[in-house]
Write a protein that binds this ligand. Sequence first.
Ligand SMILES: Cc1ncc(COP(=O)(O)O)c(C=O)c1O
Ligand code: FES
Length: 405
Amino acid sequence: MLDLPVYLDNNATTPCDPRVLEAMLPYFTVMFGNAASRSHAFGWSAEAAVDQAREQVARLIGAQPQEIVFTSGATEAVNLAIKGVFETYAAKGNHIITCQTEHKAVLDTCKHLEKKGAVVTYLPVNSEGLPDLAALEAAITPQTILIAFMYANNETGVIHPVEAIGAIAKKHGVIYLCDASQAVGKIPVNVLNDHIDLLTLSAHKMYGPKGVGALYVRRRDPRVKLTAQMDGGGHERGMRSGTLNVPGIVGLGKACELAQQEMLSDAKRLSLMRNRLQDALLQIEHAYVNGSVEHRLPHVMNISFKYIEGTTLLMGFNKTIALSSGSACTAASMEPSYVLKALGIGDDLAHASLRFALGRFTTDEQIDYAIRTVTSTVQQLRAQSPLWEMYQEGHLRDSASWAHP
Ligand SMILES: Cc1ncc(COP(=O)(O)O)c(C=O)c1O
Ligand code: FES
């Protein structure tokens, strides 16, 4: 068995909760039926399991079961929502408003639609990662058909003022899509209170399996209509054809049920751990937390360590702690995180950022280990960093930024 690093990358994906796995297992073997088979007990039991999961998902977000459309994940749900609205409302308008810090699922879908005649406004955020609500309202035109603003950001954990955004959308009769993949199951989300018309969520971000998610569609409002993006047998009330992933859906349902019971206590425990980690890491010289500290998911922290090169920073942890960097220092992309850049964070700090995302199975001992390891690794990397040396010798002013080599 490999000696695995400590896992603090729970925004990328979470482990499947053993209770979720246990609930799923019978649907691979004994109860393997197709939920669309109406003529025998194999089909009936699969259908009953899907119905139960639909109720569990709906309950967690304050929706009705018939408003839940199962998909292969949040990316598919986002595609269905944005493309589905764009096609349905072509006669009304072609304008979409979104935010520069959205997930690529939203941004790339908007980019795709721009080639098909959509006009997209990408609103900026302030240094806390929060949008300007007056600018949002001012951007709405008679052609605006959709506002797409996420619930909580995957890189910084910053929580948007969702209820206020929903109220603006409602006031102007514009459909509001909220990508809540990082929020559902972590903090209370209620589609009615928040005036959300379309909401996306993903099982593997909340201790469920990969490859399954859902789109909430506010059916009680006749204004909210979508054009299906997958044609076939007319599953999911014609919204998403294809044989249902019964074990996956059962897992998503169980994950939602557990979240409903444990989310608040998890959040309380994890925020204490996260704050302990944050306080300790801020003892390191030239360490800065990125994004709002106040409006933030309880288990997330994005922090930059100045005077270290981004690639070496992440490499420094690959045997000890599983983390993500805000910077995408890959062969394909030498750009630092577009999310951090949208907050006005310079390339130097954006490159040298680490995202810590704690989870249900994170322990106090792991946080102790992370504090020790990050502190010593940062010191070690700085000792080898030409940037640190230059800073120490007074060749770099504290405010200096530098371009990536
Ligand atoms: C905010 C956000 N939206 C969408 C997605 C995509 O989710 P999925 O992996 O289920 O397609 C993710 C996960 O990376 C995410 O963090
Ligand atoms: S540090 Fe090399 S691309 Fe960011």
